[in-house]
Design a protein around this ligand. Sequence first.
Ligand code: ASC
Length: 152
Amino acid sequence: MRKNLLNLTVAAGLVALAMAPVAGAEESDADAMIKYRTNAMKSLSGHMGALARTVEGKVGFLELVLPHAQAIAAISHKTAEMFPEGSDFGDTDAKADIWSRRAEFDQAAATAAERADGLVAAAEGGDMAAIGAAFKEMGKACKGCHDQFREE
Ligand code: ASC
């Protein structure tokens, strides 16, 4: 009897383990969007941080300047879409202002995308002074949006 109970407990545990990925699949669409954009923004920040060291001349990965810039531009162009209606609750630092001042948010995101295109153009040109200037403008666009629309 006792052994049967033990077997049952073990079996229940195994079933729970097997179900774990299914439970993961139950993540809501809003939570998935929040998770996606949080990671996308972290990627953006990673590319910016890597580029900063290159622009400062501290590292010499010049062949990565263009791919960093292209990733920054690709993500920036999709940023506004990553904040759909209904994705304002959950594990997010996004301020409600994004949705209550939507046109301004979209404009700030569009400015970032434009600056990112400028960074790509400079990276294609290969002139480090121009890349540095474009990088600085991109950073200002990031900050401009964060100051208004992201919690501290
Ligand atoms: C970055 C980064 C940001 C912006 C911002 C600019 O590299 O991760 O959020 O630039 O700090 O001031």
